[in-house]
Ligand binder design. Structure first.
Ligand SMILES: NC(=O)c1ccc[n+]([C@@H]2O[C@H](COP(=O)([O-])OP(=O)(O)OC[C@H]3O[C@@H](n4cnc5c(N)ncnc54)[C@H](O)[C@@H]3O)[C@@H](O)[C@H]2O)c1
Length: 375
């Protein structure tokens, strides 16, 4: 939500940023961008961007955009509770004529089946497309991407009615640098589905190349050479690269939103499940490589430095990072772990243990260095 709020403030909108975490509200109020700390544009935006914990500001807002988390439950089922709770809070304060947009990644049907009834349950609006407007528009932020940002990344939207699409279009046309970058889907469900397809496409292709990497190693081939050679084909091929597993808030989780919804249609999404399985195997594969590398000494008692806690280069985010699983598996095998990641700063394991980054690597020696993310 913060990059979007900043983008809208940049374009001259008066923006309230509702956030339940008081620390984040305080940081934004102090002009500190906790997502991209190197960005210095927040202080000047604070004239138009007001962080708050108070939902009553919905009363005086013409557009309300929802960017709350959409995680999975322990059983890999969608946890839509954040979307539901926030939609109800909006419904309690909404004024007629307001446009509500959901940006959180979710399964097809959420806007219509969850957001709409929750907003209407407040009793202040009831006819979508007439006395209020509702749309879905997926977030496409790519943290750390130096080329694509809020203003130049194509934005897809789908309204609950044509009037809803038109209203949402007006907002994003004002935000993006070129109105041609706004694409209108036929309905909210089509926009919800296309976002999941984007992330499933990545998950499946990463799984494919991870599998190839393991096979190439057994066959004595260099997978990077194979990818490079295949990339010489000017059409019909797009390179993906192997890695220690997938991480972040999106690719490991989002595909399961569709797998869950598909079951309602008696349909099994086999590609999604297989890709999830293959990608989840990679941390174990990395630990096997570590064990092979230290065959002369054994992992137990070995000093191991993990380089890179973040799930991809040049960002500080270590949510769902494969480094977590790798550290846990190495720890179970008795390795003594150190971490180096000046951007992420730390790696939180699921048992509550936290590895803090060492400040520099030069004056220490290790039995093994595991390079996971190169910033
Ligand atoms: N981060 C990305 O790069 C990215 C990219 C594409 C899509 N998305 C999607 O965007 C959504 C949000 O992801 P994120 O990474 O920004 O999550 P996040 O956890 O970083 O941010 C969500 C914020 O919502 C706040 N929040 C939760 N419940 C609230 C409530 N009831 N009232 C007010 N604030 C509340 C949280 O405190 C948190 O600060 C998810 O659906 C995600 O899949 C994220």
């Amino acid at each position: 939500g913060l990059p979007l709020a900043k983008g809208l403030a940049h374009r001259g909108f008066s923006v309230f940023g509702i956030e339940e975490n008081k620390d984040k509200v305080r940081l934004i109020g102090e002009g500190r961008d906790y997502i991209d700390p190197h960005l210095t544009d927040l202080p000047e935006l604070l004239q138009r961007l007001k962080p708050t914990t108070d939902f009553s500001v919905v009363n005086s807002s013409q557009v309300v955009i929802v960017c709350v988390p959409t995680p999975l439950t322990k059983n890999l089922e969608p946890d839509i509770s954040y979307v539901e709770k926030v939609s109800k809070a909006i419904g309690a304060h909404i004024q007629p004529g307001t446009l509500v947009i959901l940006e959180s990644t979710t399964y097809p049907g959420t806007t219509d089946e969850v957001v709409r009834p929750a907003v209407e349950s407040g009793g202040r609006v009831k006819n979508v497309g007439k006395d209020y407007f509702l749309a879905f528009s997926p977030e496409r932020v790519d943290p750390g991407n130096p080329h694509y940002n809020t203003y130049n990344t194509t934005k897809v939207l789908g309204g609950a009615t044509p009037a809803c699409s038109q209203a949402a279009r007006a907002v994003y046309e004002a935000l993006l640098e070129d109105p041609e970058l706004v694409r209108t889907a036929s309905c909210t469900r089509a926009a919800e589905m296309e976002k999941l397809f984007e992330n499933i496409f990545r998950s499946v292709n990463i799984a494919l190349v991870n599998e190839l990497a393991i096979l190439c190693r057994s066959m004595g081939l260099d997978v990077w050479e194979i990818i490079d050679l295949a990339s010489s084909k000017p059409y019909g091929f797009m390179p993906f690269y192997p890695g220690p597993g997938i991480g972040g808030h999106c690719i490991p989780l989002d595909p399961f939103y569709l797998a869950w919804k598909a079951r309602e249609y008696d349909f099994r999404t086999r590609f999604i499940e297989l890709a999830g399985e293959l990608n989840a195997l990679m941390p174990r594969h990395v630990v096997e490589l570590c064990s092979e590398a230290l065959a002369h000494k054994g992992l137990s008692g070995a000093s191991v430095l993990i380089v890179g806690a973040a799930y991809k280069p040049n960002i500080s985010d270590s949510r769902e990072s494969p480094a977590i699983r790798i550290a846990e598996l190495l720890g179970k095998r008795g390795a003594r772990l150190s971490l180096y990641d000046p951007l992420a700063g730390e790696l939180r394991l699921r048992d509550g243990q936290t590895l803090l980054t060492i400040s520099q690597t030069g004056d220490r020696t290790f039995d093994l260095v595991v390079l996971l993310t190169v910033h």
